[in-house]
Design a protein around this ligand. Structure first.
Ligand SMILES: C[S@@+](CC[C@H](N)C(=O)[O-])C[C@H]1O[C@@H](n2cnc3c(N)ncnc32)[C@H](O)[C@@H]1O
Length: 227
């Protein structure tokens, strides 16, 4: 198990680190083991190469990407999260470059990643840097909780850490937005309202688009061409 520490956090500087380490110290605090559904659904259409998973937690997206052949960097502020993640990766026989750092302190490599994933971490302010970290043609897959008029069963206790409708979409309009959705779906522990975006670091009127099967298709056949 390899844990790399970038930008050591002096005592008292990162409240996030302390807060999240406490959460992970509770054996009842669990996160899903599977990657976020849109990442799994699209994996065959995404550019191969290097991937970055931001706020990886116990590494579900990072481990999935490593299993799919990506060279993965995964960053999280919580030592306890990365210990869990590294143990799980060891059990599954894959290598991930685990980076313990606060994203606010971290310098992201520019134009380095073919794929950047973020799930259930509010980081709109960080998006300019994450977009710069995308290689040309690289894709961002981002999912996070939304403010919702239905009572939230899971997710942040405060709306402060939830996106408003279209926040994520608006923040990605300088990329090619290939998919955007706001919906309720079940996540571990209950139902959640989420926004999901898949957006590519590309521009221009004439681009190449992946062929994807219809959501919920049971036979795996691709969509028929419309007349
Ligand atoms: C709700 S968990 C989501 C984990 C994972 N992305 C998933 O979907 O399973 C949020 C994660 O963000 C991490 N985190 C919080 N603040 C952070 C920061 N400033 N820098 C890096 N990671 C942070 C926490 O340690 C935690 O693992």
């Amino acid at each position: 198990m390899s844990l790399k520490t970038v930008a050591p956090v002096p005592p008292g500087v990162s409240d996030d680190r302390e807060r999240w380490n406490e959460k992970y110290a509770d054996a009842d605090f669990t996160l899903p083991e599977e990657p976020i559904p849109e990442l799994e659904r699209r994996i065959g259409t995404l550019p191969e190469g290097r991937a970055l998973d931001v706020a990886t937690g116990d590494g579900r997206n990072a481990i999935f990407l490593a299993e799919c052949g990506y060279d993965v960097d995964a960053i999280d502020v919580a030592d306890a999260a990365l210990e869990r993640a590294a143990e799980r990766a060891d059990r599954r026989g894959v290598e991930v470059n685990w980076i313990r750092a606060d994203v606010e302190e971290h310098t992201f490599e520019r134009e380095a990643y073919d794929l950047v994933t973020v799930s259930f971490f509010a980081a709109l302010g960080l998006l300019p840097e994450l977009k710069e970290a995308l290689a040309p043609g690289g894709v961002l897959v981002y999912e996070h909780h939304l403010r919702s008029s239905e009572r939230a069963e899971v997710g942040p206790s405060s709306d402060r850490y939830r996106f408003r409708s279209n926040d994520l979409l608006r923040a990605c309009l300088d990329l090619t937005v290939m998919y955007y959705e706001e919906r309720r779906r079940s996540v571990i522990g209950g139902d959640a309202a989420v926004a999901t975006v898949v957006a590519r670091n590309s521009a221009g009127g004439t681009q190449s688009y992946p062929r994807l099967e219809r959501v919920g298709s049971t036979d795996g056949t691709p969509d028929e061409e419309s007349p």
